[in-house]
Design a protein around this ligand. Structure first.
Ligand code: DGP
Length: 113
């Protein structure tokens, strides 16, 4: 499958990795939208949130809790940060391998664009 994030997960193409275990890998976004912009992805391929079966909900929870761990480790927890997962075309998703955005280092606005 020609998926850029599968290739990053397999270490076939480089990324600035900040966390890795058997199920997840997290790395800096190539086109950062904030001073800190990290992507947390599962190593297994799901194109969108719609494709994640209920039985895999623990994986989504682990992505979220890993984001909080990374935020703490990068010293972002006290000032705050934003976690975003875009789903599908209207959600603004451009890479079709699910990923959680961790954005920090500036004041976020609301509503998002
Ligand atoms: P989204 O629009 O929610 O699908 O976010 C995809 C993000 O992936 C976007 O912020 C840019 C980032 N991205 C795309 N290609 C690469 C890549 O090859 N390496 C890294 N590190 N990030 C990428």
């Amino acid at each position: 499958m020609d998926c850029i994030f599968c290739k990053i997960a397999a270490h076939d193409i480089p990324a600035k990795t900040v966390f890795e275990n058997e199920r997840l890998i997290a790395f800096h976004d190539l086109f950062p939208q904030a001073p800190v912009h990290v992507l947390i992805i599962p190593k297994v391929h799901f194109s969108t949130l719609n494709d994640v079966p209920q039985g895999e909900s623990a994986l989504l929870g682990e992505m979220m809790s890993t984001a909080t761990t990374i935020a703490r480790e990068l010293g972002l927890a006290d000032d705050g940060y934003r976690l975003v997962m875009n789903c599908g075309a209207n959600g603004g998703q451009s890479v079709f391998h699910i990923h959680l955005h961790l954005l920090a280092g500036r004041q976020m606005s609301w509503p998002p664009g």
